[in-house]
Ligand binder design. Structure first.
Ligand code: FAD
Length: 451
């Protein structure tokens, strides 16, 4: 097989080395697999050639960005080819008048942000993993991030996609214009499809001018409900912060013991960031501070980039810091309508107390999107089994409140057994039909999304 592949690519673009099979066999879900081979295409033509080959040979193919998925969606099964897009990292065009960039799929989100910032622009989707994750992975998972509350998620910014279908056919879908109504929107089908329909090679993304000013407010509360109520009141008063993030007590404590950043002690905490012109940001920040005070919260305001970065450093430290609680996290990212946020947070705290298993909540409160982390030591079989059972109860409550199983991470493998709780029979049939239409042989990322 390696011999046949080497007629398509150079030797340094193909590996069957044990170390590579190991390194490209897992993602951030702690799941593991072992592919047959890892391939590094460097152009759209390389992807076309690889897919023609895998189609002829009936080989499963897994597109991989940076492997930061938390759902097992980039974990390969035995006998599969991993196509790593990491060498396709060119920013092809930055167009300030039409306000778009054209990028290859392997461009790192954070790298793009830095290039744009130097020109006075930004790309709004900002997953907390942005210093590692790729634009191809962001499109394939329809990634969100702290700024989604004001600017929306990846879907809003994808204008055009160049992708390769499983049998090696190249498609271009979408336009570089602000408007277009020509035929079905295939681009929207590819966004969030978790590598199961096509391999994204390039994309045109909308960009925005940087705001005139930014203010970040850290609000800490001595009870959990107050932060949920603050979210409700800030949004209901007509203010749209650019970020509105939440941390519960266990998240605050874990960060402070992992890498002290001066968060202090709090039962719950909000990071509220406002952007826009100086006058409106000043006015809105005064209104936010008064809402926080009325709920008996304390406020720290960061107006310069150094103190702002200190607050965001604490927020980004949560995922690694949680491993000081236990060695395994069962990680969900449910979302509920914002009016039910307090109810959901109280439910999670109650479930943690009644089960005796730590459940740490943090995340994008302004979107009603909570990262729920059930912390447990893997080797304690009995406790691990009980921890896994909590997932279904959390999903049931989420759906009861009108929410969704995943706000941004997608389904992958870890949530596929639960997808039928949210998606009805008829809708599931349509989805399977779409999958068959794109990928008749079922070679692209098999075993993902569908139970
Ligand atoms: C610490 C941490 C923080 C995170 N924060 C956020 C957050 O704030 N918001 C958020 O939305 N997510 C977040 N995530 C999840 C993850 O970073 C995102 O899902 C991200 O978009 C994945 O990008 P990736 O390049 O790592 O993709 P991978 O993990 O490599 O792949 C993810 C999926 O996309 C597919 N894929 C990758 N590239 C392509 C391509 N070119 N064509 C077709 N399919 C492809 C893969 O097959 C797989 O199904 C976080 C993860 C971690 C570990």
């Amino acid at each position: 097989m390696t011999i046949r592949l080497s007629s398509l690519l150079r030797d340094d673009q193909i590996s069957t080395e044990e170390a590579d099979l190991l390194c490209y066999g897992f993602d951030a879900s702690q799941m593991k697999g072992k592919p047959l081979s890892v391939l590094w295409p460097e152009s759209v033509d390389d992807i076309v050639r690889i897919l023609r080959f895998s189609y002829e040979e009936d080989l499963p193919v897994i597109a991989r960005g940076a492997g930061t998925a938390t759902t097992g969606s980039s974990v390969p099964q035995e006998g599969a080819l991993v196509i790593s897009l990491e060498r396709m990292k060119n920013i092809v065009e930055i167009n300030p008048c039409d306000q778009y960039v054209v990028v290859e799929a392997g461009v790192i989100n954070g790298q793009l942000q830095r290039e744009l910032s130097a020109r006075g622009f930004f790309y709004p989707p900002d997953p907390s993993s942005m210093n590692f994750c790729t634009i191809g992975g962001n499109i394939a998972t329809n990634a969100g991030g702290p700024r989604a509350i004001k600017y929306g998620v990846t879907r809003r910014y994808v204008m055009e996609i160049e992708a390769v279908l499983p049998e090696g056919r190249l498609i271009r879908t979408g336009t570089k214009t602000i408007k277009s109504v020509v035929g079905y929107d295939l681009k929207d089908l590819l966004i969030g499809s978790e590598g199961t329909l096509a391999i994204i090679a390039r994309a045109t993304l909308a960009i925005r001018p940087e705001p005139e000013t930014i203010i970040t407010i850290l609000a800490s509360f001595s009870d959990l409900e107050a932060s949920g109520n603050a979210v409700y009141r800030i949004i209901s008063s007509g203010i749209t912060p650019r970020c509105l993030e939440f941390m519960d007590r266990m998240a605050v404590e874990a960060v402070e013991s992992y890498s002290p950043t001066g968060l202090g002690k709090a039962e719950s905490l909000l990071i509220i960031e406002l952007d826009g012109d100086v006058k409106s940001v000043q006015r809105d920040s005064e209104r936010v501070v008064s809402i926080v005070h009325s709920l008996k919260g304390d406020v720290k305001v960061a107006e310069d980039s150094i103190s702002r970065e200190q607050i965001w450093k604490a927020r980004r430290a949560i995922p690694p810091a949680l491993f000081s609680i236990a060695n395994t996290k069962i990680n969900e990212d449910i979302a509920v309508p914002r009016s039910h946020l307090t109810e959901m947070l109280v439910f999670l705290r109650g479930l943690s107390e009644s089960s005796g298993i730590p459940i740490v909540s943090f995340g994008h409160a302004g979107d009603g999107n909570i990262h729920v982390n059930i912390m447990v030591n893997r080797e304690d079989e009995e406790r691990y089994g009980r921890a896994k059972e909590l997932v279904k109860r959390i999903f049931e409550e989420t759906l009861r409140l009108g929410g969704t199983l995943s706000g941004e991470h997608g389904i992958g493998v870890t949530k596929s057994e639960f997808i039928n709780m949210e998606i009805g029979h008829n809708e599931m049939d349509l989805m399977r039909g779409i999958k068959r239409l794109f990928d008749y042989k079922g070679l692209l990322n098999p075993g993902k999304i569908f139970p």
